[in-house]
Design a protein around this ligand. Structure first.
Ligand code: GDP
Length: 522
């Protein structure tokens, strides 16, 4: 974390490393975070009950010296990448958890990619070694193939065998974290100046108002000081640590829950101490305006394949970063293989697939794309949850395909600077199929509820099942509201519709309506 510390060199002290725990689902991230916290509960002052405030600090003895480590207490890399996408880096180091009875899985690789993109060193925790079927040697071998080479094989990554559940070798893991931080990071901070740092998480508490867990990155934060945190401001009324104790000051790498803010800031937003609350309010207002302007500008400078092409012509871009998502692993592999063979007619440009996976496009995919300036290619898959919203906000381009050669052709053409796509897809809305009526004359009639936007009679539609596309580019044979034909039906209303040339619908499927709109040129 570089914040351009200033001041006297004698004021600089070593600060604890800030660590994120990442890994595949069910490999034990939550259990590990619990085990580490519990092992250190004695460190909390008497009477303190550990609380989840989004981060906690523990201490451990390494080579005879008492050392502290800060853990970000949100398992998974969501927090990590959300913060990176905002341009602030929360963590210095990542612990990659891999279950010894399972092995390297898609999210293990995803986590690895996130750590690489952030440029942070990793420590591998081989978990669940208490299980009889645990095979730690296999894990070492698998990760070696991904370029993560254990120290014992001549590499520079520490692998530690643990059991989060049986609490085996947690201390060994903490030691590895400290040793890795010492070997590859220069964690110095000036604790004397005014505090700066980032927001880890924040929410509105019914009794206490806006509550934000902050991480001090330099300087010392004290109760009574005025701060600006994202668009929020206020005087620090109280600070609470992970044991529920009130504290009066927080030094670099210390997480603390802060009370007294005017609003709820966003995770990853920065905070700083200012002279007084009047100044804090002014800065907060300016910041909010700037953020709004930046967001609009970002929307405008949305990086697309076409932009890439344009910057290539100016001799700027070297690499086109892609994230591939497909409905089955075969299609993702086929796409990647085909992309590897794309001839862009020169060595100056290259395609780099930074992540790939099976299933719907998630917010995590979008975060990684935003953090590494990548374009997401969805093959027979759709975005999930708030992924579309996030992509819009972050200016990440998602392109959808259902035919491999089409995807390849477009990317190839874009790289060669020949592509002039004139249309792009715009989603109109979605309707959920609640019931199906079989009519011998009309075919299967889908009784729907429009859950988003609208369904238009002459729009193109697709059928979505569990986030995957089961049929695309279809036309409607009819659209009715009650007994009448309708040109369109809006959100919140029921409708009956029949698809042209597609009858294989199920209750719970979604019908998505879309249209192709012309891309404004120039
Ligand atoms: P997460 O999804 O990565 O956060 O995984 P959890 O921490 O929720 O753990 C998933 C499951 O694995 C839970 O049922 C845990 O009890 C179990 N588990 C976690 N660590 C260990 C371990 O060291 N040994 C064994 N036997 N089970 C574990």
């Amino acid at each position: 974390i570089e914040l351009g510390d200033e001041g006297d060199e004698s004021d600089w002290t070593v600060r604890p490393p800030v660590v994120t725990v990442m890994g595949h689902v069910d490999h034990g991230k939550t259990k590990l975070l619990d085990a580490i916290r519990d092992a250190n509960v004695i460190e909390g002052e008497a009477g303190g009950i550990t609380q989840h405030i989004g981060a906690y600090q523990v201490s451990t003895e390494v080579e005879g010296t008492e050392r502290k480590i800060t853990f970000i207490d949100t398992p998974g890399h969501e927090a990590f990448t959300a913060m990176r996408a905002r341009g602030s880096q929360s963590s210095d180091l990542a612990v990659l958890v891999v279950a010894a009875d399972d092995g390297v899985m898609p999210q293990t690789i995803e986590a690895l990619n996130h750590a690489k993109a952030a440029g942070v060193p990793i420590v591998v925790a081989i978990n669940k070694i208490d299980k009889p079927e645990a095979d730690p040697t296999k894990i070492r071998g698998q990760l070696t193939e991904y370029g993560v080479i254990p120290e014992e094989y001549g590499g520079d990554t520490m692998f530690v065998e643990i059991s989060a559940k049986s609490r085996i070798n947690i201390e060994g893991l903490l030691e590895a974290v400290v040793l890795t931080a010492d070997a590859s990071l220069d964690l110095q901070a000036n604790a004397v100046q005014d505090a700066q740092g980032i927001v880890i998480e924040a929410h509105l508490d019914r009794g206490r108002g806006p509550v934000a867990t902050i991480l001090v990155q330099r300087g010392t934060l004290r109760v009574g000081e005025s701060i600006v945190a994202g668009p929020a401001h206020g005087r620090v009324r109280a600070m609470i640590d992970e044991y529920g104790n009130e504290i009066t000051e927080a030094t670099p790498s210390r997480p603390a829950m802060v009370l007294g803010l005017s609003a709820v800031p966003g995770a990853g937003q920065s905070f700083l101490v200012v002279e007084d609350d009047r100044m804090a309010r002014q800065i907060a207002e300016k910041r909010e305006a700037r953020e709004r302007a930046a967001l609009q500008a970002k929307r405008r400078v949305r990086r697309t394949l076409e932009d890439f092409m344009a910057s290539m012509e100016k001799g700027e871009s070297q690499e086109l970063n892609l994230i591939l998502k497909g409905d089955v692993s075969g299609s993702v592999e086929a796409l990647e293989d085909a992309l590897a063979k794309v001839d862009v007619g020169g060595d100056e440009v290259s395609i780099r697939v930074i992540d790939r996976g099976v299933g719907a496009i998630t917010e995590t995919n979008v975060d990684l794309a935003a953090a590494s300036d990548a374009i997401i290619i969805g093959f027979n898959v759709r975005p999930q949850g708030k992924a579309t919203e996030l992509a819009d906000r972050e200016g990440v381009e998602i392109r959808y395909y259902s035919v491999i050669y089409q995807a390849i052709e477009e990317i190839e053409a874009a790289l060669k600077g020949m592509l002039k796509p004139e249309y792009e897809e715009k989603s109109l809305g979605k309707a959920e199929i609640r019931a199906i009526f079989r009519s011998s004359k009309a075919g299967n009639i889908a009784g729907c509820m429009v859950t988003e936007g609208l369904i238009r009679r002459n729009a193109k539609v697709r059928v979505l099942r569990d986030g995957s596309v089961v049929a695309d580019n279809l036309d409607l044979a009819s659209l009715r509201r009650e007994k009448d034909d309708a040109a369109e039906v809006r959100e919140g209303f029921e409708c009956g519709l029949v698809l042209k040339n597609f009858q294989d619908i199920k209750e719970g499927d979604f019908i998505e309506a879309f249209e192709m709109v012309e891309i404004p040129r120039g």
